[in-house]
Design a protein around this ligand. Structure first.
Ligand SMILES: [Zn+2]
Length: 291
């Protein structure tokens, strides 16, 4: 709930929960008979209440589209809804532990590899202020399992958090965020980035970030000859006897008439180009209009 919603009266908060749930699952619920069970008795009478606040009217209008019935069930009878949140052993700590749900096989591989990685061997024998060793496993101070530098273990861990259908080939940042909930190794981000760059599914299915290109915008058709002229340079040709090593190509967009002029590279690199072009263009225009 946002700040304003937190100030609603209790019955309105209860109603808000219903409206929110129906909005969220609207596509499943529309067209079906729904029974809403609440531990708030007054909501039963929403449909028959004659005085509604502006907010309630708005909600009631939204609720009209559903075929629903609100039934009252006292909180003490409604144990199913709250059984999870009321279990005393479900504290934050146990939730944290279960999120460190590491495959036993991976654990064994990690444990076996500690001896082969000089860095982890050092931590196990001498200890380190940034890590703690519990049951011959190395953890960071915030309870992440230290993974020794071994490509096959690291690849397996990243693949478990990226390649499986459940993980859906998320991008670098999200995959990193998932892996680092349970694991730590130096250069994690880099190895995750490399894994994703090599991931064939990601390469094959990568969505484009580009905006749609849009429709082709054809150029206007010129009204008369030599009104619109395109120009191109063909350069670095073998030098002719007159010293030309380039060709300027003029094409009239209306008649498609082509004029070719010899040129040399010095001309268009020396800044004389626009001047020359104007003369060439005029010449081309004259030759085609005065014939
Ligand atoms: Zn992928």
């Amino acid at each position: 709930m946002n700040d304003a919603e937190r100030n609603y009266a209790v019955h309105e908060q209860e109603l808000l929960a219903i409206v929110h749930a129906l909005r969220e699952w609207r596509h499943y619920l529309l067209g079906n008979r729904i029974i809403v069970i609440t531990d708030h008795r007054s909501l039963q009478y929403l449909a028959t209440q004659d005085k509604l606040s502006a907010r309630q009217t708005r909600w009631s209008e939204f609720l009209q589209q559903f075929d629903y019935e609100i039934r009252y069930r006292p909180g003490r009878d409604n144990q199913v809804a709250d059984s999870l949140s009321r279990r005393p052993d479900h504290t934050l700590a146990t939730i944290h532990q279960s999120s460190l749900n590491i495959d036993g096989e991976v654990l064994e591989m990690i444990k076996a590899e500690y001896d082969n990685d000089p860095a982890t061997k050092q931590i196990i024998t001498n200890g380190h202020s940034n890590y703690k060793v519990t049951n011959a496993m190395i953890y960071t101070l915030d309870d992440k399992l230290y993974v020794p530098s071994n490509d096959s273990i690291i690849t397996r861990i990243i693949a478990e958090h990226h390649d499986t259908p459940l993980n859906g080939h998320l991008g670098e940042h999200k995959t990193f965020e998932r892996v680092c909930r349970s694991y730590f190794w130096p250069g994690m981000r880099k190895s995750i980035r490399q894994h994703i760059q090599r991931c064939q599914s990601c390469q094959a299915n990568k969505g484009s970030n580009q905006l749609p290109i849009g429709l082709l915008q054809p150029l206007d058709i010129p009204g008369k000859r030599w009104e619109t002229v395109s120009m191109d340079l063909i350069t670095s040709l073998p030098t002719t006897r007159r010293g030309n090593d380039a060709i300027i190509v003029f094409v009239d967009k209306f008649s498609k008439m082509v004029h070719l002029r010899g040129n040399n590279n010095d001309m268009h690199s020396s800044g004389r180009c626009p001047h020359i072009l104007r003369h060439r263009c005029q010449a081309a225009w004259h030759s085609s209009t005065h014939r």
